[in-house]
Design a binder for this molecule. Structure first.
Ligand code: ADP
Ligand code: GLC
Length: 484
């Protein structure tokens, strides 16, 4: 089938709104699918930032009442992206983070907000928009988890549905009372439908009802079917094992390209890798770290959450600073981690420096200037940060979980001898194993030829969307149907 149409439904998309990797994926996949002859358009909530960046947009659909008030769908274009934005001011016209209120906790009506998003995604899937009748709806994470439910229980011929798990830790589990607001038939409130432990599970519904389930790495696809990583959904995922696929994320090579990146002090490429040094100096200067060519600079760019294992790093920090290494951190998130790193920076001026907050541009400078990027994650569905690190010649040091297992080649003896290593892996995610990995990084750092090899291997690794986009396109074609 040529000219396949796919509607992607996502709660964030780069460059309009981003809190993490989901936005990068939602923003890059449509462009990568063009060469697969897939026309992907994306439905996102019209948060203020989205409305502002979309500018002139045309109304393509109206609701007299969507979860309590009128709403409409507007269609616009930004860069290469075709966007449908759900303008429902009572649900989405709120500043700041898409999920959290000003006090840092979930908006109390998130169940309604993301049911509305899914509802509209399903309506478009069912052919409500003359101009775009998709063959497949691609739902991302719990925020779009109800899309397959709305399709399945519509009682109408529905398009194919695919759900991607970016992170099983967030499941959208709400009290049963919300069910009566969803507009689904009573028959949907069963263990085969949306019911989950007496309440409604949005991600669970998607996993139970989508034609195909993907997650963002082959290793995570296996891990989530185990008790250890399954977060309560492993049983369901095992029953659906034949429909579960692991497809690695790629990176947007136009946005993350060290030879053209305007956020860098100095652009470079594999042939001019030594020029990275100017970015290292710029980063040290910007963060108030001691200027030094030789001291290895370890860096973190991350959400500060338990998932990312940064508490392990706090404990392993002496291994870095006692040997005159430096640590630069860019992160935002949980307070206890912020204060832990703030204390570390205060007691080790010149060696440890932190920027708390979200700064897209600075993230690029980090990747271009750091010697090593640390990801001691307890679990990591894919991780884009290590892919950016590879591309930018910053050597990733990662725990051997999820996508980190699939994207970084450990510098063990065999890999070094074969000349294929790209980073350092360690297991399990513990202070001891991380400390050992840091020691290994110091040894590598003392061997400039080995270091250079690692960086070049990383920069030349294929971390593009080409392979992954092909795999998504194959799955889309396998489940393609048109409604009506
Ligand atoms: P996750 O989605 O779990 O946060 P990923 O590694 O997939 O992890 O994606 C994280 C994305 O968010 C990357 O693009 C990374 O550069 C970016 N990022 C994380 N924290 C920050 C921050 N404080 N400032 C700027 N960018 C950040
Ligand atoms: C999630 C995961 C991360 C992944 C990203 C994009 O936020 O935590 O590992 O890279 O989604 O798929």
């Amino acid at each position: 089938m040529s000219g396949l149409k796919v509607l992607s439904v996502a709660s964030e998309i780069f460059p309009l709104v981003k809190t993490g990797g989901l936005a990068d994926v939602a923003g890059a996949l449509p462009g990568a699918l063009v060469r697969e002859d897939v026309d992907m358009r994306t439905l996102v909530p019209a948060y203020p930032a989205v409305k502002q960046k979309l500018g002139d947009a045309e109304t393509v659909h109206e609701y007299a009442d969507l979860f309590g008030a009128p709403a409409r769908v507007i269609a616009g274009r930004t860069g290469e992206l075709d966007i449908f934005a759900l303008e429902a001011p009572h649900l989405f016209d709120r500043p700041g983070n898409p999920y959290l209120g000003p006090d840092g906790t979930d908006w109390p009506d998130n169940a309604r907000r993301f049911a509305a998003l899914a509802r509209v995604g399903a309506d478009i899937g069912l052919g409500e928009l003359e101009a775009f009748r998709p063959h497949v709806v691609h739902a991302h994470d719990w925020q779009a988890g109800l899309v397959p439910a709305y399709l399945r229980y519509s009682g109408r011929p529905a398009p194919g549905s695919l759900i991607t798990i970016h992170n099983l830790a967030f499941q959208g589990h709400f009290p049963a009372s919300i069910f009566w607001e969803l507009g689904l038939p009573d028959a949907a409130f069963t263990v085969d439908g949306v019911e989950y432990y007496g309440g409604v599970g949005y991600l669970k519904a998607g996993l139970a009802l989508a034609d195909v389930i993907t997650t963002v790495s082959p290793t995570y696809a296996r891990e989530i079917q185990t008790r250890e990583f399954g977060m309560g959904l492993d049983g369901l995922l095992r029953t659906r094992a034949a429909a579960v696929y692991g497809i690695l994320n790629g990176i947007d090579e136009a946005v993350w390209n060290p030879s053209t990146d305007p956020a860098l002090e100095q652009t470079y490429n594999p042939l001019r890798i030594d020029m990275r040094g100017r970015n290292k100096a710029a980063l040290q200067k910007r963060l108030g770290l001691a200027l030094s060519v030789d001291r290895p600079l370890f860096a973190v760019v991350s959400r500060l959450s338990g998932q990312k294992g940064l508490d392990l790093l706090l404990h392993a920090l002496p291994r870095i600073v006692d040997r005159r290494g430096q640590l630069a951190l860019l992160g935002s998130g949980e307070r206890w981690l912020e204060s832990g790193f703030a204390d570390a920076a205060a007691s080790r001026p010149g060696s440890v420096s932190c920027v708390f907050g979200y700064d897209e541009k600075l993230a690029h400078l980090f990747q271009s200037g750091a010697d090593f990027i640390l990801l001691p994650s307890r679990f990591e569905p894919c991780g884009l940060t290590e892919l950016y690190a590879l591309r930018y010649g910053a050597t990733p040091i990662v725990s051997r979980v999820g996508g980190l297992n699939d994207t970084v080649i450990d510098s063990n003896e065999a890999a070094l001898a074969a000349g294929v290593a790209t980073g350092v892996q360690f297991a399990p995610p513990s202070v001891e194993a991380l400390s050992d990995a840091i020691d290994r990084a110091f040894s590598l750092h003392h061997d400039p030829a080995a270091m250079r090899r690692l960086r070049l291997n990383g920069m030349r690794a294929d971390v593009s969307w080409r392979g992954p986009a092909k795999r998504y396109a194959e799955l889309f074609r396998a489940i393609a149907r048109t409604a009506a």
